[in-house]
Ligand binder design. Structure first.
Ligand SMILES: [Zn+2]
Length: 169
Protein backbone atom coordinates (compact mmCIF):
# COMPACT_ATOMS: atom_id res chain seq x y z
CA UNK A 1 0.00 0.00 0.00
CA UNK A 2 1.02 3.58 -0.29
CA UNK A 3 3.61 4.97 2.00
CA UNK A 4 5.42 8.19 2.51
CA UNK A 5 9.14 8.34 3.03
CA UNK A 6 11.04 11.35 4.12
CA UNK A 7 14.72 11.80 3.41
CA UNK A 8 15.80 14.32 5.92
CA UNK A 9 18.55 16.58 4.74
CA UNK A 10 17.75 19.37 7.12
CA UNK A 11 19.83 22.51 7.31
CA UNK A 12 20.91 21.63 10.85
CA UNK A 13 22.54 18.38 9.75
CA UNK A 14 24.64 20.01 7.04
CA UNK A 15 28.33 20.77 7.48
CA UNK A 16 28.99 24.27 8.65
CA UNK A 17 31.09 25.32 5.65
CA UNK A 18 28.05 24.97 3.38
CA UNK A 19 26.01 27.46 5.30
CA UNK A 20 27.73 30.51 3.94
CA UNK A 21 26.97 29.38 0.41
CA UNK A 22 23.34 28.75 1.18
CA UNK A 23 22.87 32.01 3.01
CA UNK A 24 24.43 33.86 0.13
CA UNK A 25 22.06 32.24 -2.33
CA UNK A 26 19.09 32.98 -0.10
CA UNK A 27 20.00 36.63 -0.12
CA UNK A 28 19.82 36.67 -3.89
CA UNK A 29 16.10 35.99 -3.82
CA UNK A 30 15.19 36.95 -0.28
CA UNK A 31 16.31 40.57 -0.46
CA UNK A 32 15.76 40.93 3.25
CA UNK A 33 16.88 44.27 4.53
CA UNK A 34 17.34 45.62 1.02
CA UNK A 35 13.75 46.19 0.07
CA UNK A 36 12.26 49.60 0.45
CA UNK A 37 8.92 49.55 2.16
CA UNK A 38 6.53 49.81 0.44
CA UNK A 39 7.68 48.18 -2.80
CA UNK A 40 5.79 46.92 -5.83
CA UNK A 41 6.82 44.31 -8.37
CA UNK A 42 6.88 45.89 -11.80
CA UNK A 43 6.30 42.49 -13.42
CA UNK A 44 3.41 40.90 -11.50
CA UNK A 45 2.10 43.81 -9.42
CA UNK A 46 2.54 42.13 -6.03
CA UNK A 47 3.31 44.57 -3.25
CA UNK A 48 5.67 44.40 -0.29
CA UNK A 49 4.80 45.97 3.04
CA UNK A 50 5.89 45.22 6.60
CA UNK A 51 7.82 42.11 5.64
CA UNK A 52 5.10 40.49 3.54
CA UNK A 53 4.29 40.21 -0.14
CA UNK A 54 0.58 40.48 -0.89
CA UNK A 55 -1.69 41.28 -3.85
CA UNK A 56 -2.88 44.47 -2.19
CA UNK A 57 -2.38 47.50 -4.44
CA UNK A 58 0.81 49.37 -3.56
CA UNK A 59 0.74 53.12 -2.96
CA UNK A 60 1.58 55.12 -6.11
CA UNK A 61 4.92 56.22 -4.67
CA UNK A 62 5.99 52.63 -3.83
CA UNK A 63 9.52 51.65 -4.81
CA UNK A 64 9.52 49.69 -8.08
CA UNK A 65 11.33 46.37 -7.92
CA UNK A 66 11.11 42.78 -9.16
CA UNK A 67 9.72 40.34 -6.59
CA UNK A 68 11.73 37.20 -5.74
CA UNK A 69 9.26 34.94 -7.61
CA UNK A 70 9.46 36.97 -10.83
CA UNK A 71 13.24 37.13 -10.46
CA UNK A 72 13.45 33.35 -10.17
CA UNK A 73 11.23 33.00 -13.24
CA UNK A 74 13.44 35.41 -15.21
CA UNK A 75 16.64 33.69 -14.09
CA UNK A 76 15.28 30.17 -14.58
CA UNK A 77 16.25 29.46 -10.95
CA UNK A 78 13.52 27.46 -9.21
CA UNK A 79 13.48 27.00 -5.43
CA UNK A 80 11.78 23.63 -5.76
CA UNK A 81 11.74 20.91 -8.36
CA UNK A 82 9.07 18.20 -8.29
CA UNK A 83 9.71 15.17 -10.50
CA UNK A 84 6.69 13.04 -11.41
CA UNK A 85 7.11 9.54 -12.78
CA UNK A 86 5.43 6.21 -13.39
CA UNK A 87 2.75 4.49 -15.47
CA UNK A 88 -0.13 6.07 -13.51
CA UNK A 89 1.27 9.50 -14.33
CA UNK A 90 1.38 8.66 -18.05
CA UNK A 91 -2.31 7.70 -18.01
CA UNK A 92 -3.51 10.63 -15.91
CA UNK A 93 -1.13 13.40 -16.82
CA UNK A 94 -3.73 16.05 -17.67
CA UNK A 95 -5.65 15.41 -14.45
CA UNK A 96 -2.48 15.49 -12.36
CA UNK A 97 -1.28 18.71 -13.95
CA UNK A 98 -4.73 20.17 -13.31
CA UNK A 99 -4.44 19.30 -9.63
CA UNK A 100 -1.06 21.03 -9.48
CA UNK A 101 -2.39 24.14 -11.23
CA UNK A 102 -5.39 24.30 -8.88
CA UNK A 103 -3.13 24.01 -5.86
CA UNK A 104 -0.93 26.78 -7.23
CA UNK A 105 -3.95 29.05 -7.79
CA UNK A 106 -5.10 28.58 -4.20
CA UNK A 107 -1.64 29.09 -2.71
CA UNK A 108 -0.76 32.02 -4.92
CA UNK A 109 -3.96 33.83 -4.02
CA UNK A 110 -2.71 34.00 -0.41
CA UNK A 111 1.03 34.07 -1.03
CA UNK A 112 2.15 35.89 -4.19
CA UNK A 113 5.59 34.30 -4.12
CA UNK A 114 4.26 30.74 -4.35
CA UNK A 115 4.16 29.90 -8.05
CA UNK A 116 4.61 27.10 -10.49
CA UNK A 117 7.29 28.37 -12.87
CA UNK A 118 7.00 25.55 -15.40
CA UNK A 119 5.59 22.07 -15.98
CA UNK A 120 7.77 20.30 -18.51
CA UNK A 121 7.79 16.74 -19.82
CA UNK A 122 11.15 15.00 -19.99
CA UNK A 123 12.24 12.71 -22.80
CA UNK A 124 11.91 9.66 -20.54
CA UNK A 125 8.23 10.37 -19.84
CA UNK A 126 8.74 11.98 -16.44
CA UNK A 127 7.39 15.47 -15.80
CA UNK A 128 9.32 18.20 -13.99
CA UNK A 129 7.48 20.90 -12.10
CA UNK A 130 9.58 23.92 -11.14
CA UNK A 131 8.35 26.15 -8.32
CA UNK A 132 9.41 29.53 -6.98
CA UNK A 133 8.90 28.35 -3.42
CA UNK A 134 10.13 25.42 -1.32
CA UNK A 135 6.86 25.02 0.56
CA UNK A 136 4.85 24.88 -2.65
CA UNK A 137 7.10 22.07 -3.94
CA UNK A 138 6.49 20.11 -0.74
CA UNK A 139 2.78 20.95 -0.88
CA UNK A 140 2.57 19.49 -4.38
CA UNK A 141 4.19 16.28 -3.15
CA UNK A 142 1.71 16.07 -0.27
CA UNK A 143 -1.30 16.86 -2.47
CA UNK A 144 -0.35 14.18 -5.02
CA UNK A 145 0.15 11.64 -2.27
CA UNK A 146 -3.20 12.56 -0.68
CA UNK A 147 -5.05 12.34 -3.98
CA UNK A 148 -3.35 9.38 -5.66
CA UNK A 149 -1.12 7.73 -3.05
CA UNK A 150 2.06 6.44 -4.72
CA UNK A 151 5.51 7.14 -3.32
CA UNK A 152 6.88 10.51 -2.40
CA UNK A 153 10.37 11.56 -1.33
CA UNK A 154 11.55 14.92 -0.11
CA UNK A 155 15.12 16.05 -0.37
CA UNK A 156 17.26 19.12 -0.41
CA UNK A 157 20.38 19.69 -2.47
CA UNK A 158 22.69 22.04 -0.66
CA UNK A 159 24.84 23.04 -3.61
CA UNK A 160 21.93 23.98 -5.84
CA UNK A 161 19.98 25.29 -2.84
CA UNK A 162 17.05 23.41 -4.27
CA UNK A 163 14.22 21.49 -2.66
CA UNK A 164 13.67 18.27 -4.61
CA UNK A 165 10.45 16.30 -4.40
CA UNK A 166 10.00 13.03 -6.18
CA UNK A 167 6.60 11.43 -6.66
CA UNK A 168 6.11 8.13 -8.39
CA UNK A 169 3.11 6.04 -9.23
ZN1 LIG B 1 6.60 39.77 -9.29
Amino acid sequence: MAHERSKTHSAASQPRQDRHLRDHTHDTYGLRGKLSDPSACRTCGASYHEGRWTWRPAPVDAFQTTCPACRRAEDGQPAGLVTLEGPFLKEHRAEIEGLIRNLEEREKAEHPLKRVLSIEPRDDGAVEVATSDVHLARGIGRALHDAYQGEVDYGFTEIENLCRVHWRR
